[in-house]
Design a protein around this ligand. Sequence first.
Ligand SMILES: [Zn+2]
Length: 340
Amino acid sequence: MRALRLIADRTLELADVPSPPPPGDGEVQIRVKAIALNHLDVWGFRGMAFAKRKLPLVVGAEASGEIAAVGPGVAGRAPGDKMVMYGAMTCGQCAACREGRDNLCENVGGIMGFHIDGFARDLINLPARLTIPVPAGVSLRDAACAPIAFGTTEHMLFDNAKLKPGETILVHAGGSGIGSVAIKMAKAIGCTVITTVGDDAKADKAKALGADHVINYKTERFEGVVRKLTAKKGVDVVFEHVGGEGFNASLFCLKRGGRLVTCGSTAGPTATINLMQLFQQQYKIFGSFGASMRNIRDSLSKIAAGMTPIIDTEVALADFERGLARLERRQVFGKVIVHF
Ligand SMILES: [Zn+2]
């Protein structure tokens, strides 16, 4: 079978590898059908000093597929069932896992496609507990965006920032995979959405998604525009995943007692925070990573109800690197899908 492997920083190889054995106790065998790309894949492709991993490494962190075979002791799964896969090898035993909060697992074995072998292969054996059924009517292409893009956003907005109907939110990078999902989720509950984009063509697309105000961060200082748009009050919530120098400016966009939730730092991992401002303004800052099982199920329900992902590009497995390049150059509006 095919497996797309990272063999060195910035070097992928489509290899012919042995198929897995029949699934063991508690496992299912999945025929992978679609992978959705995330910035995590770009980090993995470039190589990161802190990422402990062994090469070659099968890439792909977010995926959907069909059950090819069911191992002993597995209930509720049958060949042909459409599934999405949880993107980390969690233990299933600790208190967090038992509550379905796998993103807080105390004994996580690694993130698929980043620390340990991922989904970019024809067949994979997985614990059945790490698979989540795809509702009827949802394509495997759209479902592939549920575990990370939708799940992460759902967790950030509703579990961490506790976004409520009628609030005002600043969504950074509205053209990114999670940014485009955040706009849709916030608009769906009646929030006012301000978003940032890097060019005017993306501004039109963000408006079409429902954003009330779009700021081109390359031509305007977003924090100044946000203060103006909110009559100097600031927003209730900032959806952050860019980091770097913009982090402080994002705090400056919050109203007193406002909440900032972040799941990324694509512009740089460090920022300087004014602590006086932090406590006087009573800001709440949430670090967020991944999603609970419930977040992914809820995401699939939302997709089934019509909140479908924005797809930027669809490529074949052999063109995985071309998809990554679009992400790295910030050319995307929405998600890049890799088909098998
Ligand atoms: Zn665990």
